[in-house]
Design a protein around this ligand. Sequence first.
Ligand code: ATP
Ligand code: MG
Length: 302
Amino acid sequence: GETGAIDKTGAMELPGYVHLYSGKVRDLYAPLTAAGRPDPELLLLVASDRISAYDHILATPIPDKGRVLTQLSLWWFEQLADLVPNHIVSTDVPTAVAGRAVLVRRLEMLPVECVARAYLTGGGLGEYAATGAVSGIALPPGLVDGSRLPEPIFTPSSKAPAGQHDEPITFTDVVDLVGAERAAAARDLTVAILKRGDEIAAERGILLADTKVEFGVGADGSLVLADEVLTPDSSRFWPADLWEPGHPQPSFDKQYVRDWLTTESGWAKQSGDPPPPLPESVVAATRARYVEAYERLTGTTL
Ligand code: ATP
Ligand code: MG
C-alpha cells in the first residue's frame, strides 16, 4: 500500500514495515529484513495523537501529542543514560511518522507496570485513605491529597490485558511474577528514575508527583528501560508554584480532559458508553499543556 494509507486495524501502512499491534496510544511495526521477513530484534514504535482516558481511546486526537511524547522520552532517556540502559536504536524513521517514531530493540517485557510516587494522589491516595498504606508500604498518618511523601515509594501494578484496568499489586507480588532479583532491580531503578526526574523537573519549576515505567529484559538478562519515560501520559507533572496539599493539583497532563469528561461533558463514566468527542477548546487547552510540559522541561521549543 501507499504511505499514509490505513490498514484494516486503523494503523497507517508503512512500506518496508509490517504492522504488529496497536496499543491505546502507540502503533508497533517490525521492519522487514532484506529477505522480506519481519526483523525479530527490532520494533518501530510510533506514537499517535490518540489520547486515552478512563480506559477509553477518545474519538478526538490531540495534535502534536505523539511528537511531544516521542521527543520528550528521547530527551529523558539521555538524562537517565548513566542510571539505566534504554531500548532506543535509532531515530531514523519513515518520513510519514517523522518526529513521533523511534526504532527500538524488541524486548521481552516484564509483566509489571513499575510505578514510583514522590507525592500522594490518585489511586495511591485512595489506598492510603482505606488502609494507611500504599502497595503494602505503611505511611505516616495525616497525609492529604498532594502531600510529599517522606521518601519515594515503589507502587507497581499488574499489566492488564487490553481493555482491562491495571490493578495495584505489592512488591511481594512482583517477586512472585519475576523473581526476587529482578523485582529488586526494577524497584530500585524505578525509584532512581523518579528521583532523577524530580530533581531535574524541580529546576524547571515542575514537581514530578509520580511516574510509570516499563522494563524489558536485555540479551544479558539485565533490565532495559523501554516504552516511554517521564511523559505527561506516564507521569503527573505539577506546576511547583501552585502546589498546595489538601486538594487535587493543577497538572500538565490529561487531567484537564478527565475533568471535562466527568464534570462538563454529560458523560457517565460507569455507563459503558464511549466518551463524547472533545470540543475544540478542550483539544486546544490539552495540546497547550502537553507542549508546555515539553518546552518547560527541555528548555527548547517543540
Ligand atoms: P496496551 O499495550 O496494553 O494497550 P498501552 O495502551 O499503554 O498498553 P501503548 O503505549 O499504546 O500501549 O503501546 C506500547 C506497547 O509497546 C506496550 O504494550 C509496551 O509494553 C510495548 N513496548 C514498548 N517498548 C517495547 C520494546 N522495546 N519491546 C517490546 N515491547 C515494547
Ligand atoms: Mg503505554
